[in-house]
Ligand binder design. Structure first.
Ligand code: SF4
Length: 421
């Protein structure tokens, strides 16, 4: 749907863990980074495997100390996903990580700038056919140790527009750094330029996508807690992806990195940039017509289906039959709630009318059965849409309009909101 900006392609991985292509016409990949210590081998392996199981295509680990790169020798044989070593300050860590067999190196121009050191890393990566991500970052791009130099750099790039000087500085540092790689005739590169301001992230990636044909790693750095970081990240990344910019991405949260993977995948699925795995869950936001505890039901359905359904089945959980059927158009399995009851449909066929307490189990059962029918070739995903009525399920379920008018309906969902506050 969105025309991708053409980029060179790089390859991350090997025969054992598999190869992830980044750039060109390769699917946009989802990355994350472990939160624990790399030198804690067992915990690191467990975390990497958990992230890979959640769908991470590539996992990055920090290697600040020698004991972290030594740990890579024990970690790499135990994981089945390409691993990136994130190197700060000490170029020796990059050489040690390459020696250990890591699949990609990330260098930050703000932290390793010595030309000879960068050349040593380039040569080591070339020898093993390992790509390098050059990642500039607003937090490390501005000179901090030399105040005079800092003032000069910031002043030189000052522009009227908000923080324009920072973008110019980041791009200039990126260009200067990449020249070291070009002089070494090394082009196995991916680049990133992260800030925490979503609008600036859009602006800088638009700019660097015009200047370079290297694949772009998208991300908003230190985006914050999941609750706000999600909005910040999605605002920036979806805008860029819709312009065809971006070849791999990391959503970063101050939270369990499993959410980074889940939300990164959901972003790509939602934009039809990757083929969905598992359930596509639709649910209504509820309104004054609701007469079941829909919020709890939706969370339960989400958790259960995530564990059991592996095909991209569309499932709708709707609060009523007023707008529900139209909004659940195309759902393979759907439930429409009424007055403490739910009617369940499978591809347009009504299969059950159950009490509120029975909705979850019956819906799960229908989803499992439908998955099996698809696998057996007896049903096709998205073949038939939900069509309601006749017969009129409002009459059958009870619309509750009279009860609502009489003030007799318990606002269960609202009560839960109040409690949450
Ligand atoms: S489906 Fe019904 S309950 Fe849910 S938001 Fe729409 S009208 Fe309200």
């Amino acid at each position: 749907m969105f025309k991708r900006r053409p980029t060179r392609q790089i390859c991350v991985g090997d025969d054992r863990v598999g190869r992830i292509l980044i750039g060109g016409d390769a699917p946009i990949s989802v990355q994350t980074m472990t939160a624990g210590y790399t030198h804690d081998v067992d915990a690191c392996v467990a975390e990497i495997n958990r992230l890979a199981a959640a769908g991470a295509d590539i996992v990055r680990v920090a290697v600040p100390q020698r004991k972290d790169t030594e740990a890579l020798h024990h970690i790499l044989p135990q994981v089945r996903v390409p691993i990136v070593a994130d190197v700060h300050f000490h170029f020796e860590r990059a050489l040690e990580a390459v020696e250990a067999g890591v699949h990609k190196i990330r260098l930050n121009p703000g932290n390793i700038s010595d030309r000879d050191q960068v050349n040593a890393v380039i040569d080591a990566c070339r020898e093993r056919s390992i790509p390098i991500r050059v990642g500039v970052n607003e937090g490390s791009i501005v000179e901090r140790r030399d105040k005079q130099k800092r003032l000069q750099e910031l002043g030189r790039f000052f522009a009227d527009r908000r923080q324009g000087h920072l973008l110019a500085l980041m791009i200039t540092k990126l260009e200067e750094y990449l020249d070291i790689f070009y002089e070494r005739d090394f082009h196995d590169i991916c680049i990133s330029a992260k800030l925490m301001d979503a609008a600036l992230v859009c602006e800088i990636y638009q700019e660097i996508s015009k200047r370079f044909d290297h694949p772009l790693h998208l991300g908003v750095t230190h985006a914050g807690p999941k609750e706000t970081g999600a909005i910040r990240s999605i605002a920036a990344l979806s805008g860029l992806l819709c312009q065809g910019i971006g070849d791999t991405l990391r959503i970063s949260y101050a939270n369990d990195p499993i959410y980074e993977v889940e939300d990164g995948l959901e972003l790509l699925w939602s934009l039809s940039l990757r083929e969905r795995k598992g359930v596509d869950l639709i649910a209504c936001p509820t309104c004054g017509r609701i007469q079941v505890d829909l919020f709890t039901l939706v969370q339960d359905v989400r958790e259960k289906l995530a564990a059991e359904i592996e095909i991209p089945m569309k499932v709708a959980v709707m609060g009523c039959v007023v707008n529900g059927p139209g909004e659940a158009e195309g759902a393979d399995v759907a439930v429409f709630a009424g007055d403490r009851r739910g009617i369940i449909y499978v591809q347009g066929q009504r299969v059950a009318n159950v009490t509120e307490e029975q909705i979850l189990d019956r819906l799960l059962e229908e989803c499992r059965t439908f998955q099996q029918r698809v696998r057996d070739g007896q049903a096709t995903l998205g073949e038939k849409s939900v069509e309601i009525v006749p017969p009129d399920p409002i009459g059958e379920l009870g619309s509750g309009i009279d009860k609502i008018a009489a003030g007799e309906v318990e606002r269960i969902t609202q009560v839960r909101i109040d409690r949450g506050n």
